[in-house]
Design a protein around this ligand. Structure first.
Ligand SMILES: Cc1ncc(COP(=O)(O)O)c(C=O)c1O
Length: 413
């Protein structure tokens, strides 16, 4: 069996990467030179099959209008192989990026008075999407267990929200960004049956699903929705899985073939669709990327556990919220928060919000005092400012450097 390399550090400076752009880094942590552990892409090279397919297309020299006949079949093949999920072709559409596809469906499947329900903390564009499309929206806060440092869905709270807002639209995220929570069969069935009971459609963003760790199983929402008879759209993409997020692409699966047709019609109206190179990369990844992905998920799970044990064993006072999928994890910083606040009042210039508008107190602390750029918890909603989000989709060597810096910075507080 071929062994893939996730340890070699790839130099991403000057590679048109937002994660490594000094101005963008400054905007979240106030230190343009900080090592980046933020934006959700990984530092690994793409699978060899993907780079070969891209090189083949580019070396041809002409990048004209594409014509593909098998994109839905490729998605089908992948879904069955990775998630044991069998889908008939008439329920699948291929969209541009995840966010474009979701925004298009929010517009298509809701009206201006439909309430959008958003699990919190949330990937910020979910909230921006509801606001930009001028839909009323409401928060569905996840439950947080401060002892185990784990999040889970509060199903009673969902029922009370649906009772108050029947015929709404749930913008679900599974596995959940930023908590890394992978939903159980029971949670999915309950959500689907409540959605049916209260006539609510579910749009499920499953962009992190392929990256579920070997110790866990991800169940597509579509499976529960069909069991319970609720109307849903489940979206997956190869972008996070194979580190090709610059090439927007999305598989859209509707419980109802009519919804799939409506989505395709709407894309045609707007002249939207996946591009040539995004389709080449996605096809190669789905056709030949399985073994690479399996090794990657092992590496990521190890990283997640390594971070948690380092923070615990070194008495940092920080607690990792250990995810069950993907390469991003929250860190609970409650125990150091007051000390950081005091540091900020003594050295206000270091924590200047005017030069780091996308950040918060903690991301500025880590940026200035540890030289590492993390997303501040406040980016994911109010009430989460005691957390930061750490992107550990990188080599263990870099992670160790970041952890050492964190530990030293805290000992100076
Ligand atoms: C939950 C979630 N949805 C969507 C996206 C973005 O997807 P796309 O770039 O395909 O629009 C991200 C990226 O971080 C994400 O985490």
């Amino acid at each position: 069996m071929h062994s893939f390399d996730f340890s070699t550090i790839v130099d991403r400076t000057d590679s048109l990467s937002v994660k490594y752009a000094p101005d963008a880094i400054r905007s979240i942590c106030n230190n343009a030179q900080a090592m980046p552990f933020w934006v959700a892409d990984m530092d690994f090279s793409v699978p060899p099959s993907v780079s070969q397919a891209l090189a083949g297309q580019v070396s041809h020299g002409v990048l004209g209008y594409p014509y593909f006949t098998n994109l839905r079949q490729n998605f089908c093949y992948w879904s069955a192989k990775r998630h044991a999920w069998d889908i008939s072709l008439n329920r699948i559409a291929i969209g541009p990026g995840m966010l474009t596809s979701l925004a298009l469906m929010v517009e298509l499947f809701s009206s201006p008075d439909t309430t959008i329900i958003i699990p919190m903390p949330a990937y910020k564009p979910f909230v921006k999407m509801a606001q930009a499309l001028k839909r009323p929206w409401t928060e569905w806060p996840l439950e947080y267990d401060e002892i185990s440092h784990r999040f889970s869905f509060d199903l009673e709270k969902l029922e009370s929200l649906l009772k108050a807002n029947p015929s709404s639209l749930l913008l679900f995220c599974s596995p959940h960004n930023p908590t890394g929570h992978v939903s159980s069969d029971y949670e999915l069935d309950t959500i689907a049956s409540l959605a049916k009971k209260y006539n609510t459609m579910v749009l499920s963003d499953e962009i992190h699903a392929d990256l579920t760790y070997p110790s866990t199983v991800h169940i597509p929402f579509d499976v529960a929705a069909r069991r319970q008879g609720c109307r849903a759209v489940t979206c997956m993409a190869p972008s996070k899985s194979f580190n090709i997020s610059g090439e927007h692409y999305c598989g859209v699966v509707c419980t109802d073939a009519e919804d799939c047709k409506a989505f395709i019609d709407r894309m045609q109206t707007l002249f939207l669709g996946p591009s040539l190179l995004s389709s080449v990369t996605a096809s190669a990844a789905y056709a030949e990327g399985y073994e690479w992905l399996m090794q990657l998920t092992e590496y990521l799970e190890h990283n997640a556990l390594h971070i948690a044990s380092f923070l615990r064993d070194n008495h940092t006072g920080l607690h990792a919220v250990v995810p069950s999928a993907s390469f991003i994890g929250l860190i609970d910083c409650t125990e150091i928060f007051e000390r950081v606040r005091k540091d900020a009042s003594r050295f206000p210039r270091l924590y200047d919000p005017a030069t780091s508008r996308e950040g918060g107190l903690l991301s500025r602390f880590f940026g200035q005092r540890a030289g590492i750029a993390l997303n501040d918890g406040s980016w994911f909603g109010s009430g989460y400012d005691h957390f930061v989000r750490f992107n550990f989709g990188t080599s263990r060597q870099k992670i160790d450097q970041a952890l050492e810096n964190i530990s030293k910075a805290i000992s100076m507080l």
